[in-house]
Ligand binder design. Sequence first.
Ligand code: ADE
Length: 230
Amino acid sequence: MTFGIISAMTEELELLLKEMNIEEKTTKANMTFYKGTLGDKNIIAVVCGIGKVNAAICSQILISEYKVSSIINVGVAGGIGKDIYPGDVVIGTDLVEHDMDTSAFGDPVGQIPRLDTFSFKCDENLVKAALNAANEIKEINSFTGRIVSGDQFIANIDKIKWLSETFDAISCEMEGASIAHVCYLNNIPCVVIRSISDNANNGAHMDYEKFMPIAIRNSTTILKNMLKTL
Ligand code: ADE
């Protein structure tokens, strides 16, 4: 069993890489794939870059070339809703690409046209394992629910309201749904674990800088604890 671990940015993966026993480093599609182990688990860890295209390319390489058995996406995200604060952790139950819009043809916004699913589900066992790992750390509040992704940094209160009302989303980021989409097409289990860096409101870019370190610490801690149980 090999776990593919994707983060969008170097900062999001560096705590994990520090603890990983790295055996091999390979660059493909301008992305560095770190092959090695963490405890007794085989891992390929990679920084994919920001946005849905980078995340999709990276996921397909992990599946086709590294033959990973599942993909875990970790990093930071914007929180949606007044009860979710920076540092909290969200675990995706399913994901939607919020910027996909063929509503002119009568499709709901978010629906990939001609695909037999609206949202991309995370693997139930991986979600459970992530939630159990999160629940063991009393200082971290965790939530499960729908995460939406798009090629947009959300920093607007009206947009958050729209994401909440349209998708019933608890969090927004820029890669998770794309990773889950690729996993769906390849029938590979995945889970998205994100820690909140901001509330996607008008000051989001400032909160993002401030809370990023704690958010990364929290998502990495949960990932490490979760891997021990798999
Ligand atoms: N990642 C972290 N915060 C985000 C936000 N507000 N919008 C999109 N992606 C994010």
